[in-house]
Write a protein that binds this ligand. Sequence first.
Ligand code: COA
Ligand code: MG
Length: 309
Amino acid sequence: MTPPLTPRSWLFIPGDSEKKLGKADASGADALILDLEDSVAPERKAEARRLVRAHLAARPGARDPLLYVRVNPLDVSALEDLAAVMPGAPDGIMIPKTDGAEDVARLSNWLDAFEAAHGIEPGRTRILPVATETAKGALRLATFAEVPLPRLVGLTWGAEDLSAALGASTNLGPDGEWALTYRIARSNCLLAAKAAGVAAIDTLYVDFRDDAGLRAASSAAADEGFEGRIAIHPAQVAGINAAFAPSEAALAHARRVIEAFEANPGAGTVGLDGKMIDIPHLRQARHVLGLHDALAARAAAKTPHAQGA
Ligand code: COA
Ligand code: MG
């Protein structure tokens, strides 16, 4: 039995676009985020709710890709959104502009009621907050590790809404990289996710025609400990899936670390290529091989389905 896999690629689809919804199944994404928030104009919200509900209803049961819905913020129209989509039993809810763990707890209480009303298994609906879109949220990331939140599947962060909240004209520094405030928010998101024992999901890569840049940035994020990334265009899915799966080089290194320890039974630290490795390296090597095996099992399970067998 392999552990449940964290989705690597989370592809956003504007909920009011019938055409993009129609392309989503074939995107190769591990999870789709059917959006009711900021990619949908106010006068299109009702149509988006209708289309998203129909999309969910047409795909009942165990889903691949998973189907999440991004609702509007709690104090805007999250309840109306949930009332529209919960009959379709989405796999999870992405909640934007959160101020901390108590917002997730509040949403979780609402989901308790919607699940009971629609005969959905209690606790089935997971929650992915966008946890750095308000100044308060960015300052209070640690709260996610302080209370049990069984529905919490991961934490992700966003720079666009945070810069608007700060009245900033840009979120980039002179070098074109994230400015310090956003780098702090990103690092704290990573730390808070790990402290809470959930997945760290990196934010979107806005330049969707720059595949090489996306792959390089995503590999760097994976090396830092992020487990997946938001996608905004189907062309980004393959690069993200590859970056958040162990590379051949990483697998080969992990196998050598394990061999080095096996060759020295009882040792807590050994030398490899002139460098010290110790128990954290062994743990990381096992993690890399475990992730590889889980992804291989998932791909194998998919193959007959993809071939229509
Ligand atoms: N999901 C599904 N299909 C998508 C898609 C998406 N996120 N983004 C693009 N496509 C489709 C297009 O409809 C187009 O289909 P076609 O070939 O049948 O015409 C094809 O992929 C190629 O699209 P392209 O022309 O390269 O991009 P675009 O200019 O049509 O769209 C965006 C660019 C950014 C508007 C679009 O990618 C998008 O809507 N992304 C999601 C935005 C979002 O949800 N943001 C909220 C979170 S920040
Ligand atoms: Mg936003």
